[in-house]
Ligand binder design. Structure first.
Ligand SMILES: [Zn+2]
Length: 179
């Protein structure tokens, strides 16, 4: 499971934080054996797609990597802005979900934003499939979200008070796999 640095919600914040406080990215313990004192082990480049939001190409993002002196395992630490398993950043996904939650159709959203209709439909289905788990975990931290019942009302209420990336980091902290 990846380590995520919470609160770094934009690529600009990420670049700044890496330059000024790189230590913030070092995980406390090895993800494999639990030993502390991980060593820096270079960086790798992730593509992060923000098409449709302020830019029209993939921006390469540097991700720091660490190595465990005990077991030799490596791990990396992602800024909150970058999803572990999806190419598009959370802010693009959030924009898509907000439009769908406002009642637009998949076709209408695909006409307005860069991700294809196929991709949008996949994200939307996945968000629906994981709704019960996401909602129960998020409600344990934000009890007022318990007042919003059902998929649409819940996510409208949730995204009115936090970024999608924040919600996903909270869910990740409970051990759930996030996209
Ligand atoms: Zn280890």
């Amino acid at each position: 499971m990846s380590v995520i640095l919470a609160g770094v919600q934009t690529l600009l914040q990420h670049h700044h934080r890496l330059q000024t406080q790189p230590e913030d990215y070092r995980p406390e313990r090895c993800q494999q054996c639990g030993r502390s004192g991980l060593w820096c082990h270079g960086t790798y480049t992730r593509k992060a797609n923000r098409r449709g939001l302020e830019c029209d190409s993939d921006a390469p993002v540097l991700i720091p990597r660490y190595r465990c002196p005990a077991c030799g395992g490596t791990c990396s630490c992602l800024p909150e802005a970058v999803p572990p398993r999806r190419h598009y950043l959370w802010d693009v996904q959030q924009q898509v979900f907000l439009l769908l939650l406002s009642g637009l159709s998949l076709n209408q959203v695909a006409q307005r934003l860069a991700p294809s209709r196929h991709t949008i439909r996949r994200w939307w289905q996945r968000l629906r499939q994981r709704f019960a788990l996401d909602a129960s975990l998020l409600r344990s931290d934000f009890p007022d979200l318990g007042r919003a019942t059902g998929f649409g009302p819940f996510w409208r209420a949730c995204l009115a008070q936090m970024h999608l990336s924040e919600a996903m980091v909270l869910v990740h902290r409970f051990g759930a796999i996030i996209p």
